[in-house]
Design a protein. Sequence first.
Length: 217
Amino acid sequence: MRVLLVEDDDRVVAALVPALQQAHLQVRRAASAAEAWRLHADADLVLLDMGLPDQDGLALCRDIRAASDVPIIAVTARREESSLVAALRAGVDDYVVKPYSQAVLLARIEAVMRRFGHAPVTPAAEWADVRLDHDTREAVLDGSPLPLSRKEFELLSMLVQAQGAPVTREALMQGIWDTSWVGASRTLDVHVSSLRAKLDRPGVVETVRGVGYRMGR
């Protein structure tokens, strides 16, 4: 899958591009709105920074949306509600606030691309004796198939891709259920409990008090 990364900060690009490539994404970088406009037609997804040197990201988003239905994810430091509303009205399909974990960004990319009928971006992921194949959506535990529901698979996928780093409850609810609604918190707890029962390994999904969950050993 071809991703156009519209970002003028070389440090962000240096950190993000290897993670996207590791997820088997083909990445082209545009450092300006003008360059992004020239390249967007060849992309399957646009990761769009809102603060560009030659044009505001909202204006670029509107221009791209007027010409194309390519999925657009805003990746920005603007966290005000008014900025989110403005970006959604300009045509973005999702909105990720910096700083973010790479696991969460990849999960949000998968969620957006599923809505557009594309397969998940990460073909396989492993942690300890757990292996996930995102092409077939199969989970294996110590060599044996692990029967998971779709949401359980997505939950385990986000945790495995974080490679032991904590994933917040908010990120899990947004990445899996596409909502931060407080009522989804109980749904998350139910799925974590079910996932733990199926894994049948004490401590494999650890609670990080006040934060969320992570994969343990």
